[in-house]
Design a protein around this ligand. Structure first.
Ligand SMILES: [Zn+2]
Length: 297
């Protein structure tokens, strides 16, 4: 035979290296959704995210390569039309029908019309709060939706998906109970958030969210709103301001000047959390840890 073992091995290696074409490709809009997907999908699927570290879904513009990734995706997960407004036009196209899963619907036709001429911030103040993923119950609902969608794809091991969902639910329940117990120490602390992203977390854990600094995180608030927040800060017992790394902090420094306010930073976009099956659990814990920084030292 003229075939050497080496040639055969090389031929096989070449074959093997072309097989990832058939791997399942999932694209998510923001990192927290990527973490929920990773909890369900297992390691065989490729999961990538559009909004990169340091950027905000409020004002993001897509690169051409990301448009291609969306076109090649087997499934796309996003929060919804009130959050990643930059995706609305593209993903509304026919070629994406059946591939896109949005966890929320547009809050109203009025909001849609509003976004037609302003694509640079997501919905704050009108309609439903779109920051679903900070609430562990909503994250579980999202995981169930991810499970249902992935189960319909070709070549999927559904038994593995079932087991992953089961494990996620158990871990999330345990984490939620632990967080609930630890946040009980915050009785008497008034929380102030940079914008509405913290609201669903504080509602879920029954925290005292006394104020939100800006209704639209892209704009500095007006003088009247600043004065209102300062009065609330002055009147509060143990005020604590939870800031976010994605936004300019210059203006809130001047708001809190001369006031006795504790400051802690949390990241609603989970930037520093590793993208693993346990990532969402770590993210949920990281929010609680940031809030616990508000405790008097
Ligand atoms: Zn927001």
């Amino acid at each position: 035979m003229s075939f050497s073992k080496t040639t055969l091995a090389l031929g096989l290696a070449a074959l093997v290296s072309t097989t990832p074409v058939s791997a399942t490709n999932i694209v998510t809009s923001i990192k927290p959704i990527e973490l929920v997907v990773k909890a369900i999908a297992g390691d065989d699927m490729n999961v990538s995210t559009i909004v990169p570290p340091g950027s905000s879904p409020h004002n993001y513009s897509m690169k051409p390569s990301q448009r291609r990734a969306l076109e090649q995706a087997d499934a796309i997960f996003r929060v919804g039309p009130d959050m990643e407004t930059f995706l609305n036009r593209l993903l509304g196209g026919e070629e994406f029908a059946g591939k896109v899963v949005a966890f929320t619907e547009a809050s109203s036709e009025e909001t849609e019309a509003h976004h037609e001429h302003d694509h640079h911030h997501h919905n704050h103040g009108e309609g439903e709060d779109p920051h679903l993923w900070v609430d562990p119950r909503m994250a579980l609902d999202m995981a169930r939706t991810v499970h249902a969608k992935l189960s319909t794809l070709d070549g999927i091991n559904t038994a593995e998906l079932d087991a992953n969902l089961e494990r996620f639910e158990q871990r999330l329940n345990a984490t939620e109970q632990r967080i609930k117990a630890s946040l009980g120490q915050l009785d008497g602390t008034s929380l102030f958030a940079y914008h509405s992203a913290l609201e669903r977390f504080s509602e879920h854990y029954d925290l005292d969210l006394a104020g939100v600094l800006t209704l639209n995180p892209e704009l500095s608030p007006g003088a009247r709103h600043i004065a209102d927040v300062q009065n609330k800060l002055r009147a509060s017992n143990q005020p604590c301001l939870l800031t976010e790394p994605q936004f300019n902090r210059q203006w809130w420094r001047s708001i809190t000047e001369g006031l006795n306010v504790t400051v802690s930073t949390w990241d609603p976009l989970a930037t520093d959390i590793a993208s693993t099956a346990n990532g969402y659990i770590e993210f949920q814990q990281s929010i609680a840890d940031a809030v616990l920084e508000c405790l008097p030292k």
